[in-house]
Design a protein around this ligand. Structure first.
Ligand code: PRX
Length: 630
């Protein structure tokens, strides 16, 4: 499974393309299956139908935990580092993890959850989050982790979309010097969620919360009654493992469905190779398990490799901006994986926060979630990697399940700001404006993938038509990523950013439509359009152009009200940095908002708008350019 030379990478790449079935089968053979598959891969890129290891049966938690008990039962599987450095870290060994996951599995069964049921998990980054995810997988329930920064309405929409039977939450969570009342957010959400029968509550902040009789149960109360032994449910390779919501260009979030066998094989393989993981290494990914990075590269990928993975509850700047580096030294972290937004935020702080620490345990440092700018890359490479650690700029998506494009440390070359080369089995292509593949090595276009890899999402929960239309119709026969990219003459890829109405703010994917819908609910607002503009730390920030039904006096108050509305409908992550009130939005003759023009104005390039004479209302452009607010 290990790529240890450039020749091995090249040979694996070649085989992954020419003989994908043999290539992936050899990797899948490293895992425990209770029944072997009948076919490695069957697919139809036009109908968006994929199956990997069809007919095979396995349980991913047996491969994540039980398989390691013979040799690693006393090795730490998960290190939980609490928000406050004053609180002691918890080391959960593989043996402990096995007991805890079995207990939680029995707890879920005891409240009537069975294979195929959906379980919403709305928890802070505490061990119960990892344990709940794995417990669902163990009994075959489909976990739907919802990031604990989402508001009650966003939570309700996700719970209802997949009709979750229970919610696992906590009394509250700590983040920096704040605490968040998660249980009251759940209570509010559940007013609109008739499908939820029970709420299981973990205790973290020990704050007073309301518990609804019969519905709400403290986790400790059921855990104390159930056994710590559980035989994992054999799952078909194509049984859904989880749903994870991601923003789309249109209103409703998309519940991406990942299945068992292919996801297992792909996350394990890519974890091992992209991070050059060696037995005994301590690995840390700073993401939240509420996002795909946390699913694939805090939990599944590392545990499938019998690794030690750190789960950090807090934020990079609490109690001071040296916290990440303190944790790296404290646990002698070997692989460190974070997002450009965190790198940029920490690079702005005095270097003394870094130089207090040795960081000499680090072997590989990684980046994910958005394009990393040259300055941030260089700072990271120099000050954190001490110019010796390879930087892996990993490109992938919620939909891809695992990393598709990345350097292999110490093996394939790295270039700042380039995700570089595809991993074995992955065939990226660039499409030109006519929808044709760019055949020359050097070029720039829309990034598509030519053939399936094992962890490609199988569908959007309850809406296969939308899945097909979103990803497989723009370029028939290809998976369309929604990203633009360029390729240099060595065949290396640099991702340039989204080409649709998704904006990545601080590494979080935000669809513009749901934010606009939230704003438009305000009684004084007629219409709105959101675009992104460059931001020093967040990468991109949100700029809202808003038209009012009638002019208002106190525009500052209205701006505050808009952001409050967005926080309550989606979450604070979607708040606007700039709001401009306008007397209209530029539209095409068919009534479509011309975001391209708004984007240019927001980016400060109003001098370069091109031909606007074909607009329905070119006069509003002048008005917006003048920045006038009624
Ligand atoms: O635009 C790309 C960007 O993040 C998008 C996927 O977001 P999400 O589904 O939330 O998953 C994030 C974590 C995998 C992509 O379409 N993106 C992700 N990684 C990179 C990136 N852009 C540039 N470089 C990357 N390394």
């Amino acid at each position: 499974m290990k790529i240890n030379t450039l020749e091995k990478y090249q040979a694996s790449y070649k085989q992954g393309i020419e003989e994908p079935e043999i290539f992936w089968q050899n990797i899948a053979n490293h895992f425990d299956w209770s029944q072997k598959w009948n076919s490695v891969c069957e697919y139809d890129m036009h109908e968006a139908q994929f199956s990997w290891f069809k007919g095979g049966k396995t349980n991913i938690t047996e491969n994540c935990i039980d398989r390691h008990l013979k040799t690693k039962s006393n090795q730490t599987a998960i290190i939980f580092e609490p928000n406050s450095p004053k609180e002691v870290a918890t080391h959960i060994t593989y043996k402990n993890l096995h007991q805890k996951v079995c207990k939680m599995a029995n707890a879920l069964l005891s409240v009537g959850i069975k294979k195929g049921d959906r379980v919403a998990i709305y928890l802070p980054m505490i061990p119960e989050l990892a344990i709940s995810v794995l417990a669902c997988a163990r009994i075959g329930a489909i976990h739907s982790v919802i990031f604990a920064g989402f508001s009650s309405s966003a939570l309700a929409a996700r719970i209802n979309d997949s009709e979750c039977k229970i919610v696992i939450t906590a009394d509250g969570g700590f983040r920096g010097n704040k605490s968040i009342d998660l249980k009251s957010i759940v209570d509010e959400a559940l007013i609109a969620c008739p499908c939820v029968q029970n709420v299981l509550v973990a205790e973290r902040t020990n704050t007073e919360i309301s518990m609804l009789a019969k519905r709400d149960i403290y986790l400790k109360d059921i855990l104390s009654k159930v056994s710590d032994k559980h035989k994992a449910e054999p799952m078909d390779s194509e049984d859904p493992l989880f749903i994870l919501y991601t923003s789309g260009s249109t209103g409703k979030p998309k519940g991406m469905v990942h299945t068992t066998g292919g996801y297992m094989v792909y996350t394990a393989y890519t974890f091992k190779n992209v991070f050059a993981y060696e037995p005994g290494d301590v690995y840390w990914c700073t993401a939240d398990i509420g996002w795909i990075t946390g699913h694939s590269y805090i939990l599944y990928g590392p545990l499938l490799n019998g690794a030690t993975s750190i789960m950090f509850e807090g934020i990079p700047t609490y109690p001071n901006p040296g916290r990440f580096w303190d944790i790296v030294d404290k646990f002698k972290v070997n692989q460190f994986y974070t997002a450009p937004t965190a790198i940029r935020a920490l690079a702005k702080e005095p270097l003394t926060y870094v130089n207090k620490y040795s960081l000499n345990s680090l072997k590989v440092i990684g980046s994910v979630g958005e394009p990393i700018n040259e300055e941030a890359w260089q700072w990271y490479h120099k000050n954190i990697g001490k110019e010796t650690c390879p930087v892996v700029d990993t490109w992938w998506q919620t939909e891809t399940g695992g990393i598709l494009i990345s350097p292999i440390p110490n093996i394939s070359p790295q270039i700042p700001t380039y995700a570089t080369t595809p991993l074995p089995g992955v065939q990226p292509v660039l499409m030109d404006d006519n929808g044709d593949e760019i055949k020359e090595l050097e070029g720039e276009g829309r990034l598509c993938i030519k053939s399936p890899w094992p962890s490609i999402a199988r569908t959007i929960w309850g809406d296969h038509k939308r899945y097909k239309e979103t990803y497989f119709t723009a370029y028939p026969g290809y998976y369309f990523t929604g990203d633009g990219a360029l390729r240099n003459r060595e065949g290396m890829y640099r991702i340039t950013g989204r080409v649709d109405d998704v904006i990545i703010v601080s590494g979080h994917n935000l669809g513009t439509a749901p934010i606009e819908d939230a704003i438009n609910e305000h009684p004084e607002i007629a219409e709105s359009a959101i675009v992104g503009f460059p931001h020093e730390i967040k990468g991109k920030a949100l700029y809202g152009f808003v038209t009012l039904k009638t002019p208002v006096e106190d525009t500052e108050k209205l701006k505050e009200a808009i952001n409050k509305l967005i926080s309550s409908k989606i979450g604070p992550i979607a708040k606007l940095d700039k709001i401009q009130f306008t007397n209209g939005l530029p539209k095409t003759r068919s009534g479509k908002i011309m975001r391209r023009i708004l984007r240019k104005i927001a980016e400060g390039n109003a001098g370069d708008l091109g031909d606007i004479s074909t607009l329905l209302n070119p006069e509003v452009v002048e008005h917006i350019k003048n920045g006038s607010e009624y």
